[in-house]
Ligand binder design. Structure first.
Ligand SMILES: [Zn+2]
Length: 373
């Protein structure tokens, strides 16, 4: 069962990017699934007579069938794929191009914007498929509103700022709604619904004693994942790829784009920075092109009251294109791939999935809609 989760931010929300050092502290621009999971667990345990041994708590938070909390992003936007390039001068006005399909086929880089010859650069933050006032649809960057607050310590003798005692902190503005997916099966789904109720107040992040981090969580049942939609999208991905690059004519393609950071280990238990076909359950597929980068992952272990060890993950937005020889029956091939896609999109990939790591989208429209030069 898939739920849509919405968090309404009611007071400034500051989520730690890395362990606090220095006088200026930044905030994340999204809410990690692990943060909601932790806050919900704490809020349950604070209830009268509630214990971790409670069957409801165990079903939701423990074991292989526990609820999977996805990351929440402003207005359900997706991270910009790392394969995307935008115009440096007019990032919103001029067309963004995607290089995932291009790289596999031609291996060449897009250097200048078609409209103004400016340099093309990588995009940061979040993007969403929107309809403008004229009714045309296009991708547009989704800004996340933040505010910076500063405070200073005053020297009582000199009545001026004490040296080195100026602090500033960034926080997400209240009034924003962040959305994402939560998946749960069977017993866990029922307990999860009961736990959240209609709406649940949760305190997230830093500065709670100063009134920061007050949010409300709501969940709406969406239903089980839909195989036919996935199949249609994969077919469209393949048809459009063939139209853009005729060299793909005899290939069956499958792409995987990370919507959250993903933690995958190699045989030495070191973090990996790329995906292999076998990670996704793809047989006879080869990795054709990929864009990825590394992200540091940190956090706070509430039960132990200790910081978590920092680890490396594949950054959200990383994307991978796989291919193999097509059988000639595209519909049948895509039916097979749709099963894999639904499984990957529901359960994620890699480690610590219950905390939102490893959220993927297969054959994302961005790669073919923006794939042409
Ligand atoms: Zn341009």
């Amino acid at each position: 069962m898939i739920f849509q989760a919405t968090i309404q931010v009611d007071s400034p929300l500051a989520l730690t990017v890395r362990r606090a050092t220095g006088n200026d502290i930044d905030t994340l621009r999204y809410i990690p699934g692990g943060t909601i999971r932790g806050a919900l667990a704490m809020s349950f345990l604070e209830g009268p007579g509630h214990k971790a041994e409670d069957p409801c708590f165990q079903a939701v938070f423990n074991g292989p069938n526990a609820v999977r909390f996805g990351d929440l992003r402003v207005s359900h936007a997706q991270p910009w794929p790392l394969s995307a390039r935008i115009c440096a001068r007019f990032p919103d006005e001029h067309r963004a191009v995607d290089r995932l399909l291009l790289l596999a086929q031609r291996g060449e880089a897009v250097r200048e914007c078609r409209a103004c010859d400016s340099k093309m650069i990588t995009a940061e933050g979040y993007v969403r498929w929107v309809r403008n006032a004229k009714g045309a649809t296009h991708y547009s960057t989704m800004p996340v509103a933040t505010r910076r607050t500063a405070h200073v310590q005053i020297d009582p003798q000199l009545l001026r700022a004490k040296h080195g005692q100026f602090f500033s902190s960034n926080a997400m503005e209240p009034g924003q709604a962040l959305k994402g997916w939560i998946s749960a099966n069977g017993e866990a789904a029922e307990h999860f619904k009961t736990l959240v109720g209609g709406e649940r107040e949760l305190y997230l992040g830093r500065g709670r004693s100063r009134g920061q981090g007050r949010t409300r969580l709501q969940v709406d049942e969406i239903g089980p994942p839909d195989m036919n939609t996935a199949q249609a999208r994969i077919e469209q991905f393949n048809r459009e790829a063939r139209r853009l690059y005729p060299e793909f004519q005899n290939q069956l393609l499958f792409s995987c784009t990370l919507r959250s950071h993903a933690i995958l280990f190699d045989e030495w238990l070191l973090s990996r920075s790329w995906l292999e076909a076998t990670d996704l359950g793809l047989k006879e597929f080869q990795l054709l092109s990929w864009f990825s980068s590394e992200a540091g992952v940190t956090g706070w272990h509430a039960a132990e009251n200790l910081p978590r060890a920092e680890m490396h993950a594949m950054a959200s937005g990383s994307c991978f294109l796989f291919g193999r020889e097509a059988t000639g029956n595209l519909e049948q091939d895509c039916r097979m791939l749709a099963k894999i896609a639904v499984e990957l999109e529901t359960n994620g990939i890699g480690e610590r999935r219950a905390e939102g790591f490893g959220e993927v989208r297969c054959c994302d429209e961005f790669h073919f809609r923006q794939g042409g030069n």
